[in-house]
Design a binder for this molecule. Structure first.
Ligand SMILES: *Cc1c(COP(=O)(O)O)cnc(C)c1O
Length: 386
């Protein structure tokens, strides 16, 4: 847990400097990987800088936690071993058995599984609602029992947009917290705490880390009372980010602004190409004026990001063929790295929701548009669709 610093600086400056001052003994500009589990005490209880054991705190992790808190403009940040570990710690910190939460009806699959198969047996009920429909979210709230309204925006893989200001109003009316999974947008494109959210969740595995080389998660909170509960649960449950993982994530974070600009530029080029292609029946991207969430996305996001979904005219066979034919786009799950990825949600990331309300069309393809040369990405899709 680190207090938010550098609040007067711009985003790019904070991404590079927040959370760490050059080492006072060596001058090291970048925090070392503090590969230590314990710390020498100067007399019993005499801690240097508050460090006593690395589950509780580790200086490399502290640097990352300070940086992510600064980017989301919260009072404290917390780094975990994965996005799901962050979610689990948050649930235990702010909910108890007998409580209720509202979740997106198209939540990330792992998040849905956590609520359905882990939190529910523990005693936490959930109701799904579409994040794009504020009235449906309000109707899903159980007065007196709903402690959290949990949303993602944009969602995966349909890129549905939720109006965070309106959703914060609905949650707060009911005395619930608004929790926003900001993984798809990243703090560069969207800052939910500014729009009234109480907690931001990240799978830092994706855009924050940005290089497909580390799994991690983070929470950023807007008030001290929630921060204390999260800090307690982070230490008590123990699913913390290790120092090497924290270091890699921090390294990635420094270039987040540059990467998100390029992801957005390249996605726009890909969208323009796909929208004009005769074999493409629909392009789903919040930057398109015809996207139902476009006006809200334009208001609350800086740009529209690197995730693009589209449907092909030739059904599931063609969709699978396109996924297998690309050469620059790598066929694979996950997202948010510098390299472009392509996948078939129906058979890959979303196979587990087939036959449920969360089922996705089988002619749908999802792209995580990377930061390669845009013309190469377009040419690759052109040959794969031919
Ligand atoms: C990947 C992802 C998660 C889970 O994060 P892990 O780091 O894989 O545990 C949660 N939410 C969203 C939107 C994701 O894309």
């Amino acid at each position: 847990m680190t207090a938010y610093q550098h609040d007067h600086h711009g985003f790019e400056t904070r991404a590079i400097h927040a959370g760490y001052e050059p080492d006072p003994t060596t001058g090291a500009v970048i925090p070392p990987i503090y590969a230590t589990s314990t710390y020498k005490q100067d007399g019993v209880g005499g801690l240097r800088g508050g460090y006593e054991y690395s589950r509780s705190a580790n200086p490399t992790r502290t640097a990352l936690e300070g940086a992510i808190a600064a980017l989301e403009e919260g009072v404290a940040g917390f780094a975990f071993a994965s996005g799901l570990a962050a979610e689990d710690a948050l649930l235990r910190a702010v909910c108890a058995p007998g409580d209720h939460v509202v979740i997106p009806d198209d939540a990330y699959g792992g998040t849905f599984r956590l609520f359905d198969k882990v939190a529910r047996p523990w005693g936490l009920e959930h109701s799904p609602a579409p994040v794009s429909d504020v009235d449906a979210v309000r109707a899903a709230i159980v007065p007196g029992r709903t402690k959290v309204v949990w949303v993602e925006t944009p969602t995966n893989p349909m890129l549905t947009i939720g109006d965070l200001e309106a959703l914060a109003g609905v949650a707060h009316e009911a005395g619930a917290l608004l929790v926003v999974d900001n993984t798809f947008a990243s703090p560069y494109l969207q800052q939910p705490l500014r729009l009234g959210a109480d907690v931001v969740v990240h799978s830092t595995t994706k855009y924050v880390g940005g290089h497909s080389d580390v799994v991690g998660g983070a929470l950023v909170v807007r008030d001290e009372e929630v921060a204390e509960r999260v800090a307690f649960h982070q230490n008590a449950m123990g699913a913390v980010a290790g120092p090497f993982d924290a270091w890699l994530t921090l390294r990635g974070l420094k270039t987040l602004a540059l990467r998100m600009e390029r992801h957005s530029d390249n996605a726009e080029r890909v969208v323009a190409f796909l929208a004009a292609h005769p074999q493409v029946s629909e392009v789903i991207y919040p930057g398109l004026p015809e996207h139902p969430g476009h006006a809200v996305a334009a208001r609350q996001m800086r740009r529209f990001g690197g995730m693009v979904s589209f449907r092909v005219t030739g059904g599931v066979e063609q969709a699978l063929k396109v996924c297998e034919r690309t050469e620059v786009f790598t066929l694979g799950e996950s997202l948010g790295g510098v390299e472009s990825l392509i996948e078939h949600p129906g058979r890959m990331t979303h196979a587990s929701v087939a036959g449920t309300d969360l089922e996705v069309p089988d002619d749908l393809i999802r792209l995580s548009v990377g930061i390669e040369t845009a013309a190469d990405l377009v040419a690759d899709l052109e040959q794969a669709l031919a």
